[in-house]
Design a protein around this ligand. Sequence first.
Ligand code: S3P
Length: 163
Amino acid sequence: MILIGFMGSGKTTIAEYLAEELNLRYIDIDDEIIKRYNTSISEIFAAKGESGFREKEYEVLKDLLKEDAIISTGGGVITYPPSLKLLQEQVKHKVFYLEAPFHILYDRIKGDNTRPLASQGEQKVKVLYDSRLSFYEEASDHIIDTVQTVEKTIEDILNHHKF
Ligand code: S3P
């Protein structure tokens, strides 16, 4: 199972719960990038730009898609065409898009200095959000509303997962 969605949509939290529930390993692509390249996300953006980060994200995603696990992705994974293609063409996992309106997400992520793209001012983050919506839809098998309790969100995902 793969979780996608904008920054602040709860991918990490939900993935941890699901992993526990389904007795599977939990993998976070950002954490794996940090481990593999022994650096932080902000440092990669500073040194190699967003495009350098997307290339690394793609490599890690490609390797980890082979795993039987709950995989949580970074919010921008769908903006890099090779990564989007990987998500669309793989058959091992169902892809769940965790959806929430912009103002809720922005409240959660504003001022977070570990997320380089969240600290560029509300207008720019909103433009980013709008530009990504159709890609999340394109990449996903199911769209899950997250403006509800975590328990209900998980229940909705598990209902789709059974079939
Ligand atoms: C990004 C989201 C982040 C991280 C990086 C870029 C994005 O992950 O991959 O800062 O482009 O939206 P989260 O969605 O887990 O915050």
